[in-house]
Write a new protein. Structure first.
Length: 300
């Protein structure tokens, strides 16, 4: 199948009709019917059958549709990459961070960096951990910052700081806590968001399994700041990273690191063939300073 045939097939399959496909492709219905007929003849099989005035995909069409969707996903990625390449300038930094670093650390680093470099502009996006590499690959960011980045042949990593998971709670819900909270003390406790996806959620769950500690997850979510917000509203205690806990610090709301300590690395990531420019290197230094300027974790 040539690309035009794939395009026509995909449009008919997704819209369910020749007329719908014609509208989104901005061509006439007879022209699309001709392309479809030629495609079916070339393949030697029917892709659609007309049932009660509607085009119904055959089993063969369903099988081809998955492959066609992948072609269009890659095409979209290619178009996005080509578009992003046009806007690469030395005075512009495109940053992707995990949501918890976007609450306080990234804004502080950007503000301080722009104090020294007022002509530098930024484009910032918060992404879940699994989406960071895609953003680098598609050139929608120059640098990505997250936690314990996975290994990848095209990915380079650099440690910026250490971090810990903490238990966040209202003081009235856990009076007289020690400097650290033993994980065993969480046995049969209700918790929020401790199964957050990504390396930190995996880290916490592995330790629970190792120590044979069972907790009751009453609200699951994919971002630590939602768990922290729920804790602030009185929904229960939550396991979050220390940067989220610091950003949500407020009277009556506190956090403690765990025992044993559940540590992780804050890392910047970039493609091997696209190392950071001098401008970005300067920003990364400011980001590292911002990580250290967040203040001590309560109880540490």
């Amino acid at each position: 199948m040539r690309f035009r045939q794939i395009e026509v097939f995909h449009a008919i399959y997704t819209t369910g009709s020749i007329s719908g496909a014609a509208r989104i492709l901005h061509v006439s219905q007879p022209a699309l019917s001709k392309v479809l007929a030629h495609t079916e003849q070339r393949l030697g099989m029917a892709l659609f059958r007309r049932v009660r005035g509607r085009l119904v995909p055959t089993d063969e069409a369903h099988a081809l549709a998955n492959e066609a969707a992948e072609v269009f996903r890659r095409l979209t990625s290619l178009q996005k990459t080509a578009s992003n390449l046009r806007f690469m300038t030395d005075g512009h930094i495109r940053l992707a961070v995990v949501p918890s670093l976007g609450l306080q650390v990234a804004p502080l680093a950007i503000a301080r960096f722009r104090d020294r470099h007022p002509h530098t502009t930024f484009e910032v996006q918060t992404l879940h951990h699994d989406d960071l590499f895609r953003a680098l690959y598609e050139r929608s960011c120059d640098i990505a910052i997250g936690y314990d980045a996975p290994t990848h042949p095209r990915l380079k990593r650099r440690d910026l700081a250490d971090g810990e998971l903490v238990l966040m709670f209202r003081e009235q819900d856990l009076p007289d806590p020690g400097a650290r909270i033993p994980l065993q003390d969480l046995q049969d406790r209700e918790l929020l968001g401790m199964t957050t996806g990504g390396p930190l959620g995996d880290l916490f769950n592995r330790e629970l399994q190792r120590l044979e500690v069972r907790v009751r997850e009453v609200v699951s979510n994919q971002t630590f700041y939602i768990a922290a917000g729920l804790t602030r509203c009185g929904a229960g205690m939550s396991i979050v990273d220390e940067f989220t806990a610091q950003a949500f610090a407020a009277p009556g709301l506190t956090s403690r690191p765990l025992s044993p300590a559940l540590g992780f690395k804050v890392q910047c990531m970039f493609l091997e063939e696209r190392p950071p420019s001098g401008l970005i290197e300067g920003f990364l230094k400011q980001f590292s300073i911002a990580l250290g300027a967040r203040g001590p974790t309560p109880g540490s």
